[in-house]
Design a protein around this ligand. Structure first.
Ligand SMILES: *[C@@H]1O[C@H](CO)[C@@H](O)[C@H](O)[C@H]1NC(C)=O
Ligand SMILES: *[C@@H]1O[C@H](CO)[C@@H](O)[C@H](O)[C@H]1NC(C)=O
Length: 371
């Protein structure tokens, strides 16, 4: 999802008390046939996205919200593991990497990766498994465009293939992975949010995905690796998302040996399709995942109105395909109230807030249906 920059919560960073309250049988999440195995249990899983959670500045706020996910029975949470800036902000604002001249600097300080540390720590405590994403295609929270002048390119298409950009990107990946290399709270590492290369040969992205997934595997032999793409470029009705104009070939990318599972998103209102069209989009991906014997994660989906009716229909379609390729779904996106400030988290119109009737519909009822 392409976002508007929204959240700027400033609060004192308070250290969590030391805890031994780690899920007792926590283990590395892994692929088990066409499904995921989480802490020893292989089944279909539900979860959500919260790009903003690593940008909260109070550890207890993170812990409270993670606790709500645990209570609800959600297991997988996708977060932004990037926050790239071209100008270093004031000390209360979170950022993870800055660019200046021709160099990149990773911020490991209290307003830097220590904020992601708090998310991982809270996830460990509450048995939540994180998908941690390394860079954005879009300019929200910097994105590939934040690297441009430092690594000497002027487009995403150039960024994927430029050695200097890739060296910086890989250094960032290494810095993040080294912090959580042994954590059982990491579900998967993810290359980028919605990587696209408009008008490019699909080999540009396939080569970049191969290079990056191999690099991640060289650093970490345990955690899963995913792309984070929208799932474009596959056989179907020929409408825009099925085409490869954004430089993606779903099956070719999923077939890469160090890619663990498939990802795809669903935004009919941005793509000029109907909501009902989404059901065929889900099963088309499941079919390819089954053919390639890797699970499919329905990683982002959202609408601006009628959340319950439209999205529960997609959830049912995905769950019905649980033995034929679909392994989990994560709606876009989680909403909650930040305890220390009383403020609601970012509302982009697609947000499902904890405790609302939409939450009952899309979280409680869905978790019950999964069983
Ligand atoms: C994301 O990718 C698409 C396709 O290449 C491109 O049109 C769009 O501008 C990209 N976003 C940015 C910020 O470059
Ligand atoms: C996966 O990545 C590792 C580490 O870079 C590499 O040695 C291996 O060849 C890759 N797997 C395949 C089958 O290409």
């Amino acid at each position: 999802m392409k976002l508007l920059p929204i959240l700027s919560l400033v609060a004192a960073a308070a250290a969590l008390p030391a805890t031994n309250d780690i899920a007792p049988r926590a283990s590395m999440s892994k692929v088990d046939g066409l499904k995921f195995n989480i802490d020893g249990v292989t089944k279909y899983y539900a979860g959500t996205n919260s790009y903003w959670m690593p940008f909260l500045t109070n550890d207890n706020d993170v812990d409270v919200i993670m606790g709500h996910l645990q209570t609800a029975g959600h297991k997988i949470l996708r977060v932004w593991g990037f926050n790239d800036v071209k100008t270093v902000p004031g000390s209360g604002t979170v950022y993870f990497q800055s660019f200046s001249g021709s160099s990149a600097t990773i911020n490991t300080g209290a307003n830097g990766l220590q904020r992601l540390d708090a998310v991982v720590k809270a996830a460990e405590k509450h048995g939540i498994k994180l998908i941690i994403n390394f860079v954005n295609n879009w300019t929200d929270y910097g994105g590939m465009a934040a690297y441009y002048s430092a690594c000497g390119v002027s487009s995403n298409a150039q960024w994927y293939a430029a050695a200097k950009c890739q060296t910086m990107y890989q250094a960032y990946i290494k810095a993040v992975i080294s912090r959580y290399r042994t954590s059982t709270a990491v579900f998967a590492w993810e290359l980028a949010n919605e990587p696209r290369c408009n008008g490019c040969q699909t080999s540009v992205l396939t080569n970049w995905i191969r290079q990056t997934s191999d690099y991640i595997r060289s650093l970490d032999s345990d955690h899963m690796i995913a792309i984070g793409d929208e799932g474009f470029g596959l056989t179907g009705d020929g409408s825009y998302p099925y085409q490869s104009g954004e430089g993606l070939d779903f099956a070719a990318n999923l077939a890469l040996p160090n890619v663990s599972f498939g990802t795809f998103h669903l935004y009919p209102s941005s793509w000029g399709t109907t909501n009902a069209w989404g059901n065929g989009w889900i099963t088309a991906h499941a079919k390819i995942c089954a053919q390639l014997n890797k699970p499919c994660l329905f990683e982002e989906y959202g609408v601006a109105t009628d959340h319950c009716t439209v999205e529960s229909d997609w959830q049912k379609t995905s769950l019905a395909a649980k033995d034929s390729g679909m392994a989990a779904d994560l709606f876009w996106q989680l909403g909650d109230t930040v305890k220390s400030t009383g403020q609601q988290t970012s509302n982009d119109g697609n947000t499902i807030y904890y405790g609302t009737s939409d939450w009952t519909c899309l979280v409680d009822n869905h978790v019950k249906a999964i069983g």
